[in-house]
Design a protein around this ligand. Structure first.
Ligand SMILES: [Zn+2]
Length: 496
């Protein structure tokens, strides 16, 4: 049930002054408890994402997160945590909703003052001692636990053989820390991780300090660019950080189990080459550092966490996987640093902009390294495309995930099905315009959150063409349109 309370609205100084007077009168007359009782019941809010309507919250913009985590030395017990959020109110707020579930909250302050709080659905609903006005900066501090236990497929913490890693995409960051858990609200992050001395902690961004105190050490990391909550990464384990240099002196650091360092080196040393290959096509790498985190875990996926992509150890150690395949998966996650991380989606329906592009560069790289040709892969995708659209919806209007299986959003239609749309686009506007579009998209929207309509507008501007019909068919139609240049390609009729 939506809460008919505070949504952003234009300021009206006279109305605000009157409200202030009334509030003070009420505060004098009644106890704080009675004022809280005058508010409607707490309810979970969202910003209306087409696929996850209750993710994110209206009325504020998070500027930064400062997250302190204390790891007890085993991954079967909750971590003690404090999350400090600096936000800017974009509306008048009697209440502040954060997304948070699966942990226990023991205290909340707003601007240093103790605040009332309660859980409602997957929201932590905070009632500050004094309402927050639109335009005000506000600091919220939540003392809580962060619990790595629970079903492995629910997302959030990943329990590894030697500690923890994180996999929050799409909607699980709020299982780890209270947040405005929607990719359209990016913010700067600081992580302060306290762990027993024998362990190594690494997070997104660059290290700032490591301070030993008795049997523990506190590691601090900070991001130089804003980041979506779904892209947060914290690794704690018996690991070694392997440093090397990338193009133009870029600092690279990989995180591997100390015991695996030698074994994985032949793969780790490929990253500088992957970077050069992508920079040639897309322009400069968008962040302050990059690296590969190899986790001793069976996640069933790799994940483009910002500046430090998460990989399952098995990708590199399982016999029988061809080199070109492993290489191309590394390039897939690396290309997400441009598509998905630096340029992150406005809504989860824009997921095709992440996965379609990452699949595109994965396929191009595979072709160069002995994998199938792009044309062969795209012809196969074309054959399956009508089935994919029937199962998952068209690329830019995907069906919601299956109930209880949020990860089922990641269907073939947003991977090869979306790369197929890019293949058609390249033919439609020509290779030169297509490459210019790709480079302009990632440079113009660096650190931004553009949506599908922005991509369409840029494609039209760069090609000087009206592409309304083209994109309506390729991104939104139930049936796959004819492939330009390949009238002989056919998509099999979907099974009911
Ligand atoms: Zn991907």
């Amino acid at each position: 049930m939506p809460l008919p309370s505070r949504t952003p609205r234009p300021p009206s100084p006279r109305a605000r002054a009157r409200a202030r007077v009334l509030r003070s009168a009420v505060l004098v007359a009644l106890s704080a408890g009675l004022v809280a009782a005058a508010l409607p019941p707490a309810a979970p809010l969202g910003i209306g994402d087409p696929l996850f309507p209750q993710l994110g919250n209206p009325g504020y913009d998070v500027l930064s997160y400062d997250i302190s985590l204390t790891y007890p030395g085993r991954n079967t017990a909750p971590l003690a945590a404090v999350t400090r959020i600096q936000a800017l109110a974009t509306g008048d707020l009697d209440r502040i909703n954060l997304d948070f579930t699966h942990g226990t909250v023991s205290a909340v302050t707003v601007e240093g003052e103790p605040a009332a709080y309660e859980s409602s659905g997957e929201d932590l609903v905070i009632t500050p001692a004094r309402p927050v006005d639109r335009g005000e900066a506000v600091e919220i501090a939540v003392t809580h636990t962060s619990d790595p236990r629970g079903p492995a497929d629910s997302g959030g913490w990943v329990r590894t053989g030697d500690g923890l890693a994180m996999a929050n995409q799409a909607d699980a960051a709020h299982r780890v820390f209270p947040s405005n858990d929607h990719p359209s609200d990016k913010a700067f992050f600081t992580f302060r991780i306290t762990a027993p001395n024998a362990l190594t902690a690494v997070a997104n961004g660059l290290p700032e300090s490591r301070v030993r105190k008795g049997a523990t050490a506190t590691w601090t990391y900070r991001t130089a660019h804003p980041m979506a909550t779904e892209l947060a990464q914290v690794s704690i384990g018996e690991s070694t950080v392997v440093h090397r240099q990338g193009p133009h002196g870029l600092k690279l650091r990989d995180v591997v189990r100390t015991a695996d360092r030698e074994l994985l080196e032949p793969w780790l040393r490929r990253t500088p080459g992957h970077l050069e290959w992508l920079e040639k096509r897309l322009g400069g790498y968008p962040f302050e550092t990059y690296g590969v985190l190899v986790a001793d875990a069976d996640t069933g996926f790799e994940l483009e966490t910002q500046t430090l992509s998460l990989f399952e150890r098995g990708l590199f150690t399982e016999p029988g996987l061809p080199d070109w395949y492993v290489d191309s998966i590394m390039v897939h996650e690396l290309s997400h640093q441009w598509f998905g991380d630096s340029v992150s989606p406005r809504t989860w329906s824009d997921l095709w902009l992440n996965e379609g592009h990452a699949t595109w560069y994965e396929a191009l790289y595979a072709e160069e390294k002995g994998g199938p040709t792009l044309e062969r892969r795209m012809k196969a995708a074309y054959g399956a495309s009508d089935q994919w659209r029937a199962d998952g919806g068209p690329p830019a209007a995907p069906k919601p995930p299956e109930p209880g299986e949020k990860i089922s959003l990641f269907r073939p239609v947003v991977y090869d099905g979306a790369a197929l749309a890019l293949y058609a686009l390249r033919h439609e506007i020509g290779t030169e315009a297509f490459q210019r579009l790709e480079r302009t998209w990632v440079s113009e929207h660096q650190d931004g959150t553009p949506g599908t309509k922005d991509f369409i507008a840029l494609a039209e501007w760069i090609s000087g063409r009206d592409l309304t019909r083209f994109f309506a068919d390729w991104l939104y139609a139930a049936k796959t349109p004819p492939m330009p240049g390949h009238p002989d390609w056919h998509s099999r009729a979907p099974r009911p």
